[in-house]
Design a binder for this molecule. Sequence first.
Ligand SMILES: [Zn+2]
Length: 272
Amino acid sequence: MRHLAFALFCFFAVPAPAAAIDLAGDLVPGGMAVGWTEPDARVFLGDRPVMVGEDGVFVIGFGRDQGPSQQVTIIHADGRVEQQMLTVAHRAYETQRIDQLDQNMVTPDPETEARIAADQAAVRAARATPSERRDFLMRFIWPATGPISGVYGSQRILNGVPKAPHFGTDIAAPEGSPVVAPADGEVRLAEPGFYLTGGTIILDHGHGIYSSYLHLSALEVKSGQMVRQGQRIGAVGATGRATGAHLHWGLNWHETRLDPALLAPPMPAPVP
Ligand SMILES: [Zn+2]
């Protein structure tokens, strides 16, 4: 009996070695992290199931206002459970005021509102079916080069009215400048004339990671087409709701908006 008590004491008092979950990436709001586990394991971020590749790779993303912690749970095929609380670092955002926009772009009439809703439904449909692609494992490059004129997460006040935060990175570049695929992917959407976003392309990089390119003046790819990193997909423009020629580059993990700038190296210096 004494022996049993001792054994039980040991069992509860000596914790199993903390099996840290194998994860690499940016544990910040807007960040993406890649992990590895056994292929037949089930992975959850909070209570949300996460896709696991045939070699056990998985990717998770953190929204703009996510934090200060997120729990990852891995349930192995033998029933063993691994759990880890991730600390998501605090991130501050700037406030950006844009005035003198056409009022119909800020407070649309019902007809325009219906058009915007249809555009948004097409965008949601383009991102609805995650693929097994694994292009998100590549080191991304900038899709366009130029001064960064808008950053992820900033709060926009349009004509004095607070709007949704800015979910992407704006790169100022002359109209017609090349836009290239920052990583391999498959074109999920290529639409020349959305109301707010103008010429719009969405690329699928696998496991719910999608990148988007807005306000394009020209589209050079079609939906369903495979693209390679560095391949030209379109041209910078000012179509849709844009105050000047720039590329809006967006990144999603499923419907969660991420910060694409976190994936890219430092912006190359301008060529004199
Ligand atoms: Zn933008």
